[in-house]
Design a protein around this ligand. Sequence first.
Ligand code: FMN
Length: 381
Amino acid sequence: MTSRRTFLRVAGTSAVILAAGGIGLTQCDPMPDAAVEAWKGPAPDIRDPRVKALSFALLAPNPHNMQPWIVDLSEPNVITFVCDRARLLPETDPYSRQITIGCGAFLELLRMAAAEQGYRADVEAFPGGDWPADAVGAAPVARVTLVADQGNARDRLFTQVLRRRTNRESYDMTPLAAADGDAIGGAMSQLSVEFGWTQEPGAMERLRDIARRAWRIEVKKDATYLESVKVFRITGSEIAKHRDGLSFHGPFFWWANALGLFSRETAMDAFARDQALALIEAHLKTPAFAWIATSANDRRAHLDAGAAYVRACLKATELGLATHPLSQALQEFPEMLPLLAEHKRALGYADEMTVQMFFRVGRAAEVEPAPRRPLDAIMRA
Ligand SMILES: Cc1cc2nc3c(=O)[nH]c(=O)nc-3n(C[C@H](O)[C@H](O)[C@H](O)COP(=O)(O)O)c2cc1C
């Protein structure tokens, strides 16, 4: 999740770790191969087009990399997609808006991967009706029927699916070309969403300031920060075991963990939280912010926003650009609400609109892929 470089910038007191990192152990604690094998594409022996399509769908961006998906394949040609209720984020995402956005991204990749194989994916969203507020995820998100249809157009963005990454590095501050923003917005033109972006210095400063304050609110509140810390996967062995959550590995984190300086317990200390707060500065180094908004704020709007977001990321990847959501100011827990309103105003929206995704876009060094759980873990026959 966090590069060694960014962490080092704020972990100035950890001289012992710096020394340890420099004693020829640069190959120590790599990302486990199995945790990222999904990014090589489907295994060649997969015959069922549904399973093949799912191998791509599970690469969808999703909050905290919770991968809240379960699919039932018991009905021929049909994928019944259910949200895994054990993988919600009730503190930072009290209405499961963000989780549903991840589900929308999953469905969009599923649709694209089906088209690639000559199938049309007929998606019936919420076939059992919308989720009641107190039973999010209880009924299926979608019933997807694959119908052989050679006339169904392939999606050119599909070529970017295995290359897409959430990139949390510092971005190069060179301004983007106006055409880049237009192309990213164009990638979602078929969906019921509004796309906006800016690199105007005054707006960027205001949005950076809001993002900084929002990050502070999330990190300072125990319950919201703990929700992230609980899914910190620290060192390759934890990453290999869980293949989800937020990954920290490499010699620096391995030694910090071995020396008792970095663990899920120490991460909650005031000192460690101040270090985490300082990390936002690297995340604010971006020439441009972009966002996706909707006029409705129901479950279908969340699915649309997810489809739009993953399409934006795929288009950006095609253009050689990196993307990274900064979602804190969009979160609906009580302490965040004033900033949520301020953020919406800063983007020029009236109250009726909902900003579903807010993310930075720019050029950055490439990063490794994030772990994914195996297909077996999400499939029910
Ligand atoms: C709705 C949504 C909100 C997200 N918010 C954040 C965020 O605030 N900060 C962040 O670093 N990543 C955020 N992400 C990115 C996820 O953490 C990322 O998709 C996940 O870790 C998997 O990594 P990948 O996108 O590289 O496959 C968000 C993704 C989604 C879909």
